[in-house]
Design a protein around this ligand. Structure first.
Ligand SMILES: Cc1cc2nc3c(=O)[nH]c(=O)nc-3n(C[C@H](O)[C@H](O)[C@H](O)COP(=O)(O)OP(=O)(O)OC[C@H]3O[C@@H](n4cnc5c(N)ncnc54)[C@H](O)[C@@H]3O)c2cc1C
Ligand code: SF4
Length: 338
């Protein structure tokens, strides 16, 4: 049986109290649902002296519309569980791809515990590091992300390329989400970071979140024109499985066209490295109808050309690359089938 290391636990009840604890305990870690951090502690990937639990912080547990800015936003508190996000009527109405992604995470039990804030800040994963300490020692003493000094995926690399495997993150980026951070990163005590700028290409520290910062909410601008969105993940068992590749798609459609002419297109792929990949050079897909077979062909070809998985999660990289293109095409075709 894998045992947890010893640590203290704080149970603050307000965001201010969390921030004060983070300031006074620089080596402490935040725990929300605990479904990612606790297994990592059992694997001795970190040994913090203290965990600061968000379980009692009611401020983080809301989903509401906010019309105080230029447009309206849907604001999701970081402490909402994945089940609550996936089932919430406002999320389902305005951001169906997010409802789908949250509903595809792991299993019902884990979705009842795991939060959207934890999913956003999920640590990166790699077949060489998400193992017991004993296993890592048998491999030769760990790697850059654990106890060692070499990367087993890119042996001459200086960065870790462990994979960002969150289901919700590609969707949040595709929908133009903004991450609301509170804490000691700046004098104002808070900042807003576009989801597309939140991630870094180094799996050792793959977000721009500072140690003294807490994610309090995710702000999603409501679509101002007709929009169709999709999320697809390939995993082997369809349950309790992280994605082996994933893709989020957003089609902004012509206001006046009854047949859904594509005016804007955003495609974000996950599990390729520490940072999600924004697929580019999609201009020749614009102006096509959503139902045009050429659209799904163009987009899936671009995805295949630009997205090159690494050998850091199970299954061979060329096969995952192929599956990513297949799942992209199927996701687009499914949008026109309903
Ligand atoms: C068997 C299994 C299968 C899984 N399958 C999937 C899957 O298919 N897809 C998927 O996406 N995930 C999967 N997960 C991972 C995990 O369950 C989810 O990502 C979940 O959303 C994590 O949320 P949490 O609240 O439990 O995070 P925690 O474990 O509490 O925290 C995760 C990380 O986020 C940080 N954190 C948490 N909340 C905040 C906050 N508000 N501000 C700043 N930092 C914060 C923590 O410090 C920690 O580093 C799986 C986990 C298990 C055990
Ligand atoms: S990508 Fe390299 S450094 Fe990162 S966890 Fe995997 S083996 Fe370790």
């Amino acid at each position: 049986m894998l045992r947890l290391p010893q640590f203290g636990v704080e149970l603050p009840e307000t965001v201010d109290a969390v921030v004060a604890l983070l300031r006074d305990n620089p080596s402490a870690r935040i725990v929300a649902g605990g479904t990612d951090i606790l297994p990592n502690l059992k694997h001795r990937l970190d040994e913090p002296p203290k965990l600061i639990s968000l379980a009692m912080v009611r401020e983080l547990r809301t989903i509401e519309l906010d019309a105080s800015g230029e447009g309206s936003d849907l604001v999701i508190g970081a402490g909402m569980t994945l089940t609550e996000v996936s089932e919430h009527p406002l999320v389902r109405e305005h951001f169906p791809s997010l409802a789908k992604a949250a509903g595809l995470v792991a299993s019902p039990l884990i979705r009842n515990m795991g939060t959207i804030g934890g999913n956003l800040n999920l640590d990166t994963r790699c077949r060489y590091v998400n193992q017991t300490h004993f296993w890592r020692q048998a491999l030769g003493g760990g790697c850059l992300k654990s106890e060692g000094n070499v990367c087993h995926v890119v042996p001459k690399g200086r960065n870790c390329v462990a994979a960002m495997s969150s289901d919700c993150v590609p969707v949040l980026i595709s929908q133009g989400a903004v991450i609301e951070q509170v804490g000691t990163a700046n004098e104002a005590g808070k900042r807003s970071v576009p989801a597309g700028e939140y991630f870094r290409a180094d799996g050792l520290r793959h977000t721009v979140r500072e140690d003294g910062e807490l994610t309090v909410a995710i702000r999603l601008p409501l679509p101002s024109t007709p929009r169709r969105s999709a999320y697809a993940k390939w995993s082997v068992r369809q349950s309790i499985d992280f994605p082996l590749v994933s893709v989020a798609l957003r089609f902004d459609l012509d206001q006046d066209s009854p047949h859904g002419v594509v005016q804007g297109l955003t495609v974000v792929a996950g599990v390729l490295g520490a940072k999600p990949r924004l697929v580019t050079k999609l201009d020749d897909a614009l102006g096509k109808k959503l139902s045009d077979p050429a659209l799904s062909r163009i987009v899936s070809e671009r995805v295949h050309k630009q997205c090159k998985p690494l050998e850091n999660v199970p299954f061979e990289a060329p096969y995952r690359r192929q599956m990513l293109a297949v799942y992209t095409r199927r996701a687009i075709e499914a949008l026109t089938a309903d």
